[in-house]
Design a protein around this ligand. Structure first.
Ligand code: UDP
Length: 240
């Protein structure tokens, strides 16, 4: 259910329940097992997936299942003020929550002692990169043929100018009152990530969560189209 359509327009012209223009392409890299490129608003994100392959890190090896590892990395030129290259607290946190958001969708029991590596490169950032990274990573995992129950899709809602809004821009993220990134598996509606930054009443929280889940469902349609378009192209090539 969408709550806010009172006609007021946001700084970038969007309605309160509108996501930014979104584009996803699957299978963009030759050398990776799976990959995806995503643009949403001013974000540009590239994801490469390798595996499942034999675990080369002994301490991560599990005898009964494969494991997923994620690395979220922001390019120094991706933000207004140059970002110092290399990992920091923020990227370590986002890498961890990304792996946790994706893990419940994966069926890695058939790949004991293996690992799946997910590299998320933020080429340009404009708010909501953790959600966009998770959305793109799930498409790249599907492109790699990693068995999964469902795609994982992420979208944030938040509070800006005392209104609950969907898919915060960088300005809304930085100047807003709250940010609620959500990731879920759309078929079961199982939530795999729920973070909250800022202050929301319980009513506002409910509204923001419902709105974020609606946003996830919209984004999921674009994920599915990206995979369909890659694989229908491949089938076309086989036919010709
Ligand atoms: N950002 C930035 N410099 C940084 C980190 C973030 O300019 O070192 C910007 C970037 O546009 C990012 C936004 O701030 O998307 C919000 O960052 P946040 O930590 O809330 O994560 P995100 O919303 O990207 O998941």
């Amino acid at each position: 259910m969408i709550f806010i359509t009172n006609g007021k327009i946001r700084d970038d012209g969007r309605k309160f329940d509108e996501i930014r223009p979104l584009k996803i392409e699957a299978g963009v890299l030759e050398r990776a097992d799976g990959s995806a490129y995503l643009e949403v608003g001013g974000n540009k994100i590239l994801v490469a997936v390798y595996g499942p392959r034999e675990s080369y890190i002994r301490r991560l090896l599990r005898p009964n299942t494969g494991v997923i590892r994620c690395r979220y990395n922001m390019a120094p030129f991706s933000v207004g003020d140059r970002k110092r290259p290399g990992p920091d607290r923020r990227s370590t946190e986002i890498s961890k929550i990304t792996a946790e958001a994706l893990r419940p969708s994966l069926m890695l029991e058939g790949f004991p002692r293996s690992m799946v590596d997910v590299f998320i490169e933020i080429i340009e950032a404009e708010g909501g990169t953790r959600c966009a990274g998770i959305t793109a990573a799930s498409v790249a995992l599907a492109d790699a043929g990693v068995p999964m129950k469902d795609l994982v899709v992420a979208c944030a809602a938040g509070k800006f100018n005392d209104e609950i809004v969907l898919d915060l821009s960088e300005k809304e993220d930085k100047e807003g009152q709250a940010d609620l990134p959500v990731a879920m598996m759309p078929r079961s509606e199982e939530i795999t990530l729920l973070q909250s930054d800022g202050d929301l009443t319980s009513d506002e929280f409910e509204k923001a969560l419902d709105l974020a889940m609606e946003g996830c469902k919209q984004v999921n349609k674009v994920q599915v189209e990206a995979l369909k378009s890659k694989y229908s192209k491949n089938i076309g090539e086989l036919d010709s």
